[in-house]
Ligand binder design. Structure first.
Ligand code: AMP
Ligand code: MG
Length: 402
């Protein structure tokens, strides 16, 4: 099987994954999803002029001779409609968020005043009209487009949508993504290890990676290397999920249980990609359901997920940015490698120094050594060649958020 460049493998995958249909979703469930239609404000935010500070609502001109004394004509808390008009020489005690009373055009912070009994206040500063007043509509104006189609929703977006009174939005459906582990040697965490057995660690890691991505993970279990049982699990997954990730059985040397079962249910392409780790990879589509055949070695399985499944699933969600953030870092100790025709993804820990990021190897780089994957903040991308000299700069695909 010819070894193909990473870009070719990625294009093959991305070309076969398209956005899922749009649905209406309640705002609290829309985090991480992507808007399919623009949202316009139906209300001004804030809806009325109000005070940004605790203090006294005044006519700015009355503070010209500060320090000066004003008559306190009442108190306004947030949520209370003003009924009194502020006249010459008057002030109203007012709490943050309360509407500006008619007649007042500025607020003096409480810290710049002194109470002179219950009904008089000394104002120690001069204020200009508009000081500490939040104008109606100075965040959003009714009728304005707030977010365009294609916006990836974050907690702040949900806050804005709630602030304009929206209750639901049209977004791309959240994909359901199934995970199957395959391998006779695997036992679930908690069960006793027999001779030659290891624990199934990929399934829990992949399910967590899916949850972090914002899709709905579906655990399709651990299946022994048995063609019929793998085929049944895949068939069940295809009928209930929007995409599947399988782990194991895709390498050149593997027995054919997984391969035959995958070939039976999906139109698979078996690939050898010019990368390390995660060289073996398979991808196919069953009906409209993409199937990612990830390798079994734990690091390869997650790296392959990062390089192929994650961007493809983001495309299915409708995200415009498919890639992780890439940063330039200084490889202080160097990141040497041998030339072998492949791009290497080296697990690195990132630290910030005064100028930017510093990258160091996160430990053993074997494809079974998950510890370094856990300790890594990202994958340094080393093109074919001798690697990076100490102090040289390297591009790092960031996996963690700081
Ligand atoms: P495979 O891709 O099935 O040939 O597996 C490659 C290597 O990964 C072997 O050492 C397997 O034992 C190991 N492996 C496969 N699946 C898993 C898994 N779910 N969890 C941990 N290790 C695995
Ligand atoms: Mg296997």
């Amino acid at each position: 099987m010819a070894v193909i460049p990473l870009d070719e493998a990625r294009s093959y995958v991305l070309d076969r994954c398209s956005p899922l249909p749009a649905v209406m979703v309640p705002i609290p469930e829309a985090d991480g999803l992507v808007l399919r239609s623009a949202v316009a404000a139906t209300e001004d935010v804030p809806p009325f002029d109000n005070t940004a500070m605790d203090g006294f609502a005044v006519r700015a001109m009355d503070t010209d001779g500060a320090p000066t004394e004003l008559a306190v004509v009442g108190t306004l808390a947030a949520g209370v409609a003003p009924t009194t008009t502020i006249g010459a020489g008057q002030a109203m005690r007012i709490m943050t968020g309360a509407p500006m009373p008619p007649g007042a055009d500025a607020v003096v912070m409480v810290e710049r005043t002194a109470a002179m009994g219950d009904d008089r206040v000394r104002v120690d500063v001069t204020v200009e009209p508009g000081n500490h007043v939040r104008r109606a509509g100075d965040d959003l104006v009714a009728g304005d487009e707030v977010f365009g189609a294609g916006t990836s929703l974050t907690p702040a977006h949900l806050g804005v949508l709630a602030s304009i009174g929206a209750t639901e939005v049209e977004v791309g459906r959240r994909p359901r993504v199934g995970v199957v582990s395959t391998g006779d040697e695997l036992v679930a965490p908690g069960a006793a290890l027999g001779p030659g057995q290891i624990r199934d660690s990929n399934r829990v890691a992949l399910l967590a990676a899916l949850a972090e991505l914002g899709v709905e993970p579906v655990d399709l279990g651990l299946i022994a290397d048995d063609e019929d049982r793998i085929r049944d699990a895949l068939t069940a997954g295809i009928s209930s999920c929007d995409a599947l990730c399988t782990s194991g059985g895709v390498s050149m040397g593997d027995f054919d249980y997984v391969k035959t079962a995958l070939d039976d249910v999906a139109d698979m392409r078996w690939m050898q990609v010019a990368i390390k780790p995660a060289k073996p990879f398979a991808f196919g589509v069953a009906g409209a359901v993409p199937v990612f055949g990830l390798p079994g070695n734990p690091v390869s399985s997650l790296v392959s997920f990062e390089l192929f499944a994650r961007p493809a699933l983001r495309r299915m969600m409708g995200h415009r940015d498919l890639e992780r953030l890439h940063v330039l870092a200084e490889a202080v100790d160097g990141l040497p490698r041998r030339s072998d025709g492949k791009t290497h993804f080296v697990r690195v820990a990132l630290e910030r120094d005064g100028r930017g990021f510093v990258a160091r190897s996160a430990g053993g780089q074997g494809s079974h050594q998950m510890r370094a994957m856990a300790d890594a903040d990202g994958l340094a991308i080393l093109r074919d060649g001798p690697g990076i000299e100490p102090g040289g700069s390297v591009t790092v695909m960031v996996l963690t958020r700081f």
